[in-house]
Design a protein around this ligand. Sequence first.
Ligand code: SAH
Length: 340
Amino acid sequence: MTDIYSLTPAAAEEYFARHGFSAKAVRNIFTDLYRNGAEHFSAFSATCARLRETLEEEFYFESITLADILQNENTVKYLFKLSDGCFIETVLMKQKYGGSVCISTQCGCNMGCAFCSSGRLRKQRNLTAGEMVLQVLYAMRHGGVKITNITVMGIGEPLDNFDNLCGFLDIASHPFGLEIGSKHITVSTCGIVPKIPLLAKRENPCHLAISLHAPDDELRNRLMPINRSYSLSEVIKAAGQYADTAARKVLVEYIMLDGINDSREQAGQLAGLIGNSRLMVNLIPYNSSPDGEFKRSGERAVAEFYDELKKRGISVTKRKEFGGRLNAACGQLRSDAMRK
Ligand code: SAH
């Protein structure tokens, strides 16, 4: 049995053509699923009876259940329980132009970044494409705002779950699916270098964000163990090539950690790394967790770091805070739930 939410339009066309159904019939399945919001096959009204029978034999509806919710005026944080009991988090940020959903790609994470709560509890398993789709669908149906953007920046390392990520992106961006254009989708990675060109070569590539967080290998090895496999220079090179091949934005994410990576000299080093590539830097306020050893940088340090990058011709922005006060730092709700 296959989860219907993991079914991509291309795979559906091929599968149902083999069973003698037309492309139009396949289109009706997706209309029922995503436009009409059917949650079981008996509610499929556009799909013909014979096709419905085939569907019932081969497919089922995966589901996620809301286990907890936290919200303030512009952020909703969902904790979902998956059908096998694993927990994941999804965040909806409401902005003037619409809603942006931040989804998880794995239960836990094996990347072991020193500052991140998600990694404290190791990866239990990868999410399926359908479980990623369901997170967006939930926000679309219950968030009270039109969803215009998706960021793949929740729990997990998306490029460590590459095939399911690609299935999700196919469904998310397809006009039959969630219909969020690939220019409104950003995938964030800690820098699994060999997968970056594969993502760039996809039809309709999305935007890319690289979690850099350090301007030299020694510090990055300490903060992000993945750097021991793929060094800073390799990551920066792959990111630059992504911007060229995919003709999409590439954002360098840099969490500002007090006394660790936030000095003026380090801003200079970072500027040197970025050079004249088309990478843009986003400075991120750190969400500290109660048991964490890191603190967020002070306003003055952030302002100086920002000015130094600007002075050196780097395009840089400061991230607006959304979920911080909601205990919404990456993975914190999930760790709380698992502790209970
Ligand atoms: N594994 C992917 C995506 C998930 S993490 C990646 O590394 O990019 C999403 C982003 O949140 C990353 O930039 C990550 O470094 C950052 N992050 C993790 N913990 C954080 C915290 N406590 N405060 C602020 N950002 C954090």
